[in-house]
Write a protein that binds this ligand. Structure first.
Ligand code: FAD
Ligand code: EPU
Length: 336
């Protein structure tokens, strides 16, 4: 285990902010990870568990130790005629796992193609896209409690998954390191093509197949979302707000074109991208921090912006949306 002192985090945050941490420990094995946790117990100081840095905003340099789980094994743990169970370590790049599954004809993760980041972070906000959420394929999450270096395993139910939410963002926030995730995948053909334009896009390619679904999703994503290497960003900056049926009725009276998605009988999800666009922010900038011109939910670093610039833009947008619609939007990105 080696601590790299005064480590620059520019390539470990997809906003591309030029920030550093006091120490950076990359762990290739569980032993190294346990060593890193013993170190912060022995020398107490701020710590942060960091995967690919694609859902994080550093508002400043980080005055502590960053622990980066980099264990990369994928093991098949069980198999029957219908399913295969994979135990995938935290440091595996998320989209490499999706590609591996598609190549092996295992169904379940394909709608989550091309989401940046690592497997270890996937349960944290229960990543989701195009009608799928990772919880639908998670059987178990394994990890270590930071406080006492003890291993744990949680069933999917115990993880309390919800829209962009889990126990790891709630009760267990900053208290665990996820070391691996057990996924249950289908070996028999099953697709989820209900969201927006996916079905149409796949049909344009001819047959509905797993590789075609993956390609369609990647194409749609590339047409809307900026590549972090070209334009720093962390995907959706805000969560889509969920409002009551009554609040929606009032909103609809004033803005009949508002898009909506039912969540439960009483709750309705509104796309924050629409609210931000209607508030006049799409494509606009505040200094070097800007709102993406193809997807208003994504805040981008036009080059040289800082975390503070991005937060100033975010707060101004939140205020404007609230003034115009009476709806509070909350950041999805983790602010450090
Ligand atoms: P990080 O940003 O490193 O960390 C995120 C949080 O998880 C932090 O709080 C961190 O402390 C914690 N964490 C990370 N690893 C661990 C671990 N092993 N144990 C415990 N805690 C940990 N998200 C979606 O849901 N859907 C999308 O469609 C989507 N599209 C995106 C598109 C772009 C262009 C970008 C830049 C981001 C997008 N995201 C999307 C957000 C992001 O990719 C996901 O949230 C991803 O899971 C973050 O992974 P990461 O490894 O980069 O996590
Ligand atoms: N919209 C606008 N203007 C915009 C953007 C969106 O009016 O600038 C409206 C349109 O009506 C559009 C609707 O919002 O039909 C939905 O847009 P989109 O399909 O792009 O999805 P989203 O709700 O903006 C969510 C996720 C994304 C995920 C996509 C696809 C959240 C916070 N975001 O975005 O996740 O990829 O759906 O499923 O739920 C992320 O979490 O980082 C992320 C990118």
């Amino acid at each position: 285990m080696q601590t790299q002192k005064n480590f620059n985090l520019k390539s470990y945050n997809t906003f591309g902010f030029d920030v550093s941490c006091k120490g950076f420990i990359s762990c290739n094995t569980i032993d190294q990870l346990q060593g890193a946790l013993s170190y912060i117990k022995q020398y107490p100081q701020p710590y942060l568990i960091l995967g690919g840095g694609s859902n994080i905003l550093f508002s400043n340099n980080f005055n502590g130790i960053v622990i980066h789980p980099a264990m990369k094994e994928i093991c098949s743990v069980k198999e029957n005629d219908e399913h295969i169970w994979l135990d995938v370590q935290a440091g595996v790049v998320w989209d490499e796992l999706v590609e591996h599954c598609v190549n092996n004809n295992w169904f379940g993760l394909e709608n989550l193609s091309y989401i940046p980041g690592n497997v270890g972070a996937s349960p944290v906000q229960n990543i989701g896209a195009y009608g799928a959420e990772v919880k639908d394929c998670i059987e178990q999450v394994n990890g270590i409690f930071i406080e006492n270096n003890q291993a744990f395993s949680l069933s999917a139910e115990a993880c309390q998954f919800a829209y962009r939410q889990s126990i790891f963002k709630g009760e267990l926030k900053n208290k665990t390191v996820i070391t691996s995730v057990v996924f249950k995948l289908n070996k028999t053909e099953s697709y989820n093509l209900s969201y927006g334009p996916i079905k149409e896009q796949v049909e344009k390619m001819g047959k509905i197949t797993l590789p075609n679904v993956r390609t369609a999703i990647i194409d749609i994503r590339k047409s809307k979302l900026p590549e972090p290497e070209e334009l720093g960003n962390a995907g959706s900056f805000f969560k889509n707000p969920v409002i009551s049926k009554e609040q929606f009725a009032t909103l609809h009276e004033q803005h009949s074109s508002v898009p909506s998605y039912p969540v439960t009988h009483d709750l309705i999800k509104i796309p924050a991208g629409w609210l931000i666009e209607q508030a006049g922010w799409k494509g606009k900038a505040l200094g070097k921090a800007a709102v993406h011109n193809k997807q208003a939910l994504v805040l981008v670093n036009k080059g040289g912006a800082s975390g503070k610039d991005m937060l100033e833009l975010a707060h101004t947008i939140m205020q404007d949306v609230n003034n115009k619609f009476g709806i509070s939007i909350e950041p999805e990105v983790n602010i450090i």
